[in-house]
Design a protein around this ligand. Structure first.
Ligand code: NCD
Length: 306
């Protein structure tokens, strides 16, 4: 069903298609031998024009665990982009060598452009402050695995909601599910962009914008913490002023629900104190592991081996 498809934005796949990926990811998690050699002979190009640890490593781990191979670069300085090659040409070239492309790029819209120039599937691993759909697959699978459902809960997004692409993608994706209330907790300078708010309004999603995390804690079932995105600020002074505006610590956790789960796409800087890591409600490392399984499911599906 997903064979040959690109993933640029969270809504490129239907709810049913995402459900089939989650089932496949759960099957792979339970039976580590399942699909182990299924991508033998296939090549994944990982083109990272922006830094990444988890996303690149989890895609590479996923492809290697499926028996396939990876090629690519982890920084633009080592690619011909540094000689002035256009993105369209880099993509056309990678499409000659590989079976699928995973790309991260600082420019919004870069993944869409790449998908138009490529005759092999392109997966968006982050385009500027815009979208990050495979982090969304990771987040949705984590919510499903840890709470048993993707409906009927309150999610609090906290931190840099303006530049945080994982927030944009997850909020958009969750707007397709039932009875999900969203609280957007940020300073006024870092509120959610209007284009995401209008998607939520059009779908009659219940949402509120707030500034206080502590007071919101008792209402939240899923807390999605984010880093202030330093690389997208125009002015370092603004970053310094805003960077530690929210710090989730044991005191704030004490005001949280018993069955709360705390997610974070990672990397974290100061926004979650390390003392929270020992709290059973901290789910961000489990979330990183689900990311690999869902990427295995995605790669095997788009490459048409399942
Ligand atoms: C996120 C990203 O790159 O958008 N990281 C990730 O992929 N797990 C979040 C971030 O960098 O803050």
């Amino acid at each position: 069903m997903l064979k040959g498809r690109s993933l640029v934005e969270p809504e490129d796949f239907s709810i049913e298609e995402m459900d089939s990926l989650f089932s496949l990811a759960e099957k792979i998690e339970k039976d580590q031998k399942y699909l182990r050699e299924s991508c033998r002979g296939k090549l994944l190009a990982t083109l990272f024009f922006e830094p990444s640890t988890r996303t690149r490593l989890s895609f590479e781990a996923a492809m290697l665990r499926l028996g396939g191979s990876c090629l690519g670069f982890a920084e633009p300085g080592s690619s011909s982009a540094s000689k002035g090659e256009s993105l369209a040409d880099t993509i056309r070239m990678a499409a000659c060598y590989a079976d699928a492309i995973v790309m991260r790029n600082p420019k919004e819209g870069a993944a869409l452009l790449a998908s138009r120039y490529s005759d092999i599937p392109v997966i968006n691993a982050g385009d500027g402050g815009h979208h990050h759909p495979t982090q969304t697959l990771t987040d949705l699978l984590t919510i499903k695995r840890l709470t048993g459902k993707i409906e009927n809960f309150t999610i609090g997004f906290c931190g840099d909601l303006k530049f945080g692409r994982t927030v944009h993608s997850l909020a958009k994706a969750l707007s397709r599910y039932n009875k999900i209330k969203m609280l957007f907790i940020s300073p006024s300078e870092l509120v959610l962009p209007d284009y995401i708010k209008s998607v939520l309004k059009n779908k009659n999603v219940e949402f509120e914008e707030r500034e206080n995390l502590e007071k919101s804690m008792p209402e939240i079932d899923v807390l999605y913490m984010t880093r202030v995105q330093r690389e997208r600020f125009f002015n370092e002074d603004d970053y310094i002023r805003l960077k530690d505006i929210y710090v989730l610590n044991s005191e704030k956790m004490a005001a949280g629900r018993e069955n709360l789960i705390v997610l974070h796409p990672l990397p974290r800087v100061n926004e979650i104190s390390i003392e929270v890591d020992a709290d059973p409600r901290a789910a961000y490392f489990a979330q990183a592991k689900y990311g690999m399984y869902v990427r295995m499911a995605l790669l095997s599906s788009i490459l048409g081996v399942v």
